[in-house]
Write a protein that binds this ligand. Structure first.
Ligand code: ZN
Length: 265
């Protein structure tokens, strides 16, 4: 005589994973996200890239921060890794191996950065995202290398964490070029540079072109020099250049400079 085996009654184990909301509620939430995006994001929160007849418009850092504020999302850095190109002549780890802990900055140039950022919603839900940046990125020239690489990696991680948290799943303006989808700076950044250039006195224009050449951008003519910059610079360098042309040199906020320049362009 055979007895039928009853499934082991383990709570939850064989239950199908089901959505937490109805399709109506999901659609309403998506509609709400789109309405909110339209209502709170300004023109300066987007960047448009154009290349070979293709065009893409992406939300940039300031836009993701604005959305995070309205959703009550806070950000937390979960991990930071900086990769250095060790130079034995200046490296504190090579010279003073006893005193240097593994996580201390040894003074060598940063060539790679990886950040893990966690977005936390008011209901306690958390989403982590990774952001990377390195000197190996195709067609990129970094100016203040240590700062630029770390900042870019952190921005990418933070944007991604917010985007994933609110379910937008969108790629951010700061990530677009790393994917290879578009080369070069955005149309808004080009317009902002043009506008600031037009208003800058001759001595600042000269100082800015000297600065560009000193930082590895090249071109016989000014226009060739700016073409090279437009192809290889990133958002941090754009803010640097605009700051130079506008005569802002010490301790400035790149986002504020860019927003101001774009608003008047
Ligand atoms: Zn070192």
């Amino acid at each position: 005589m055979t007895t039928e085996l009853a499934p082991r009654p383990i709570e939850g184990e064989y239950r199908i994973v089901r959505p937490l909301v109805s399709k109506e509620a999901a659609l309403a939430a998506w509609q709400e996200y789109q309405d909110l995006t339209r209502a709170i994001l300004r023109a300066t929160d987007f960047q448009t890239f154009r290349e070979g007849g293709r065009e893409g418009r992406f939300v940039k850092k300031s836009g993701w921060r604005r959305l995070a504020t309205h959703y009550g999302i806070s950000l937390e850095m979960a991990d930071e890794r900086l990769g250095h190109e060790h130079d034995p002549r200046i490296c504190a780890r090579v010279r003073f191996p006893e005193q240097m802990r593994e996580d201390r900055d040894c003074g060598c140039p940063v060539v790679f950065a990886r950040y893990v950022v966690k977005a936390i919603a008011p209901n306690g839900r958390g989403v982590t995202a990774i952001g990377l940046c390195s000197t190996g990125e195709k067609n990129r020239r970094f100016v203040r290398q240590d700062h630029d690489i770390a900042t870019t990696a952190y921005t990418r991680a933070a944007n991604r964490a917010i985007s994933d948290m609110i379910g937008a799943g969108e790629i951010s303006a700061e990530e677009v070029r790393a994917t290879g989808e578009f080369d070069g700076i955005s149309l808004e950044e080009r317009a902002a540079i043009k506008e600031t250039w037009a208003r800058a006195p001759q001595e600042r224009r000269t100082a800015a072109t000297t600065w560009l050449r000193a930082n590895g951008f090249s071109g016989e003519t000014t226009s060739a020099l700016f073409s090279d910059f437009a192809r290889r610079a990133g958002d941090v360098q754009v803010a640097d250049l605009i700051g130079q042309l506008a005569g802002v040199t010490a301790d400035f906020d790149p986002d504020a400079i860019l927003e101001e320049a774009e608003a008047t362009a």
